[in-house]
Design a binder for this molecule. Sequence first.
Ligand SMILES: Cc1cc2nc3c(=O)[nH]c(=O)nc-3n(C[C@H](O)[C@H](O)[C@H](O)COP(=O)(O)OP(=O)(O)OC[C@H]3O[C@@H](n4cnc5c(N)ncnc54)[C@H](O)[C@@H]3O)c2cc1C
Ligand SMILES: O=C(O)[C@@H]1CCCC=N1
Length: 386
Amino acid sequence: MSSQDYDCIVIGAGVQGSFTAYNLAKNNKNTLLLEQFVLPHSRGSSHGQTRIIRKAYDEDYYTHMMEECYQLWTQLEKEANVKLYRRTGLLVMGPEKGDYQVFKSTLERNKVPIVILPREEFSQHIPHVNLSQGNAALVDTTAGVLYADRTLKTVQGQFQKLGGMIKDGQKVIDITPGSVVTVTTVSGMYRAKHLVITAGPWANTLLSHTGLQLPLQVIKINVCYWREKVPGSYNIQHRFPCFIQLESEEAKHHIYGLPSNEYPGLMKLCYHTGPETDPDERDRQTDRGDIDILQRYITRCFPGLVPIPAVVESCMYTVTPDNHFVLDHHPTHSNIVIGAGFSGHGFKFGPIIGKLLCELSQGEVPSYDLSPFRIRRFQAHSKSAL
Ligand SMILES: Cc1cc2nc3c(=O)[nH]c(=O)nc-3n(C[C@H](O)[C@H](O)[C@H](O)COP(=O)(O)OP(=O)(O)OC[C@H]3O[C@@H](n4cnc5c(N)ncnc54)[C@H](O)[C@@H]3O)c2cc1C
Ligand SMILES: O=C(O)[C@@H]1CCCC=N1
């Protein structure tokens, strides 16, 4: 068994761990990125072809973080000479009196360029979509699609070019906290002054070695692709946007979609929740209640799609009680930093999360106010052991 010393070890090579390792290497830290599966893999939360990037949020702090984050995405594209983002705009639809107004106000307050679509003009701008009764619509024109698998390959490659070390197929089985942290994997033992845990759905499994449990729920998402009745109706090249249908009486969670692009003739359209699962038993979870909700929605609002999923892939969310991230030091071991609970909306933030977790692990003042993301907000929660 080998034993090696690093400035920092990052556990988990999903989007957040990969961007964290990349930032550490940029800061000349001798960094090891450990991943349980052989890379690339499709067993966590960051795999797949695409994700939505947007500034449309109901809290100012996410919109603020996205300002810099867009710049960091562009910087990485230039640095690696690769295209990771395609602008499409994001159509936001929702009951006029609900959360829609909060999204609209946040966008307006932060001067994000938007286009309001009055009901009478809606179909002229967005063909093949029926706006639900009582719903209003706007477009966040800065939004678009991120190429997810390509992002991971790029950021891991850049990390290695900077001298970073990736060891995949190395499941971490033990962590011994201390002024030097010892991390044991199935085939090695590594030591570092700092540790960052970005283990996605396995966060609590790893944190159990450090005496901490967070109130995280792991959810399986059926990633559904639906066939266009007329090929091209919802295509990215025909400038069809990404969309979010905010929760309503009929669907208690968002429904969201991306234009047909990665699989010709198929549009990705998903429900923003699903059944709870053990991350190691994801494929034994076969609940398809979400698909029933999507079928009813598609029949009513997307009449140009066949309401039977053509492809169903699997992914997982790791959800906190308030849907906000966890970005913090371990409460008892300050040289351990945790990035967890990205609650199904963390991919777009990857570059900024990487920067923040790097800052936290190096004892620097973080670039943003991290109070919404602190562990102590869970103090009243029964599942947390603080
Ligand atoms: C279907 C779906 C759609 C989404 N859509 C969007 C979107 O449109 N926009 C957006 O911004 N976000 C979106 N998200 C959310 C986003 O993808 C996640 O927030 C993000 O990928 C979480 O990344 P992560 O690095 O925390 O987790 P992961 O990607 O799961 O990475 C954690 C890694 O840690 C590794 N690991 C765990 N335990 C160990 C161990 N013991 N030893 C070594 N390695 C270990 C895992 O194998 C894994 O590779 C979506 C998510 C899903 C599932
Ligand atoms: O984060 C995103 O943009 C997507 C779409 C809305 C629901 C969750 N993920």
